[in-house]
Ligand binder design. Structure first.
Ligand code: ARG
Length: 278
């Protein structure tokens, strides 16, 4: 008769089997391999943090008159550099509509680019906690849409809504004005110009940007500041990397607590929309 091991021993054997199976897969208990391959550790070893951004988004990332890359996110990356204690940050300039694929390809460690953390995007990348909140709103053409008062009034077949490719403004416009004609532009300047020149009724985008485009074209445009969406900006990294997410969140926690985040808001003329629209 073949006797099976006593229940106590059976449990022990099962546990041992589990450990061996895990070891065979190259993942020892305790997740040490995860740490080895984590972005934050690799950047540390390389002595350089590589960040993808699209510098057409004042005041978060843009090129100043002297040709320098500056902005809130650039300063935030400098803080990450200090906390990681590496030599430098390398900024990889990419179009916003390919920014996630740039991260996923491994060319960049992080995305710090005024990027809204959206549930659907979070199926492809992981996000830190939010470091800023914005609302999206409308830059409207005086010539074509002087009577328009809300996003709902743009939801008509004769209306033209401009958006920037791959942004949350584009996603929101598809949801909120499905009947309007959507025109999608590779740059925010092109989308804003479409409105300023009377070829589109409105441009739906993040508040700080539309305010600046309105300031540039005060005679031909006006603003509808009622929030279309409320959006958290967060840092993105590749999935399956809990150490990087935890490290970023810890840095952000300190920044919030010791006043450095508030200082950065003030430096760049930002007001966080916090828990509710502002
Ligand atoms: N917050 C918007 C989004 O996530 C727009 C971000 C654009 N950022 C930039 N650096 N161009 O879609």
């Amino acid at each position: 008769m073949v006797r099976s091991p006593r229940p106590g021993r059976r449990r022990l054997l099962l546990a041992l089997g589990g450990v061996l199976a895990l070891a065979a897969c190259g993942a020892p208990p305790g997740g040490l391999d995860l740490w080895k391959s984590s972005t934050i550790r690799q950047a540390k070893e390389r002595g350089r943090l590589i960040v993808a951004l699209e510098p057409e988004f004042r005041p978060f990332e843009y090129i100043d008159e002297g040709g320098n890359l500056v902005g809130f996110d650039v300063d935030l990356c400098e803080i990450l550099r200090q906390e990681l204690n590496v030599e430098r940050v390398e900024f990889l300039r990419v179009n916003f509509d390919v920014i996630i694929s740039t991260l996923l390809s491994g060319e960049a460690d992080l995305i710090v680019s005024g990027m809204t953390a959206l549930p659907e995007r979070a199926l492809r990348v992981s996000y830190s906690d939010p470091y800023f909140h914005t609302v999206t709103c409308l830059l409207v053409s005086r010539e074509r849409a002087a009577d328009v008062r809300s996003v709902a009034e743009l939801d008509r077949p004769e209306r033209v809504v401009a958006v920037k490719q791959g942004t949350t403004g584009e996603i929101a416009a598809r949801k909120r004005c499905p009947r309007a004609r959507l025109v999608s532009f590779p740059t925010e300047n092109a989308a804003a110009l479409e409105v300023a020149s009377g070829r589109a009724d409105a441009f739906l985008y993040d508040k700080k940007s539309v305010e600046q485009h309105h300031a540039r074209h005060p005679d031909t445009t006006f603003l509808i500041l009622d929030p279309v969406t409320v959006e958290p900006y967060a840092i993105a990294c590749r999935k399956g990397d809990p150490d990087t997410v935890a490290w970023l969140n810890l840095v952000l926690h300190h920044l919030r607590r010791d006043g450095r985040l508030e200082e950065l808001y003030a430096k760049h003329g930002l007001e966080d929309s916090g828990d509710g629209p502002r």
